[in-house]
Design a protein around this ligand. Sequence first.
Ligand SMILES: C[S@@+](CC[C@H](N)C(=O)[O-])C[C@H]1O[C@@H](n2cnc3c(N)ncnc32)[C@H](O)[C@@H]1O
Length: 239
Amino acid sequence: MRKVNYGVDAPNIMRNLILLGMIIAIAGLKLPLLSPNIILTIISYLMVVFGTVFYLLGMAMCAYSLKGKYRTRDLMLSKINWQGNEMVLDIGTGQGLLMNGAAKHLTTGKSVGIDIWSSKDLSDNSINKTLANAELEGVKDKINIRNEDARSLTFADNSFDVVLSLLCIHNIEPKADQEKACFEIARVLKPNGIALIGDYVPTTAYAKAFAKAGLIVKSSKPYFTTAYALMWIVEVTKA
Ligand SMILES: C[S@@+](CC[C@H](N)C(=O)[O-])C[C@H]1O[C@@H](n2cnc3c(N)ncnc32)[C@H](O)[C@@H]1O
């Protein structure tokens, strides 16, 4: 029987951090055995420290994909005062984690997920997987999936009561285009709507872009213990 699967985020980076961290730390431990002297001891110490940091970052990414992402989704969705009739947009929905989670709060509303389905950003990333997950979650009639770029959304101004995005915007290159994505979120959000954007980098730059676009920034702060990894969430509303 098929099971719901929301994928592993940045799988190559996670694997490389864990492997590289182990290799560097073990090599660092062995180094002083070659010829014990002060220079080699210092290099060895630094290798063990850096190797351990890489390894722990990789393991944190693993913990995030296994548990933290679900806790982060639940936290983000708990910040919305659901009525059931909302129009929701999930930017960079991947396999539908937030889109499906939001859909479960809806009665007459719709949850729309957009993505370009990049496989380097999420394992097994495809529109078919996203559709299959929606079906398995029992929300297929409440969702709508589209292949769109966050920088140039085709939706009309003021279309959505809720805009969500998790671990998407940092992927946008060049970095200057991340501001474009924030402006698009501001444009499609309805007055009194709420946008919640989570990312593993500090959300200060996104908050600045939202303020520049005329949104009210309610908070922009870290949630490491929720995510079991680096995670900041910015919450904004439109006057
Ligand atoms: C790390 S995954 C996170 C997926 C999902 N939000 C989750 O939390 O499970 C990042 C997603 O952003 C998408 N993405 C990257 N750049 C994008 C862009 N310019 N427009 C839309 N989606 C994008 C990727 O294809 C990928 O599905």
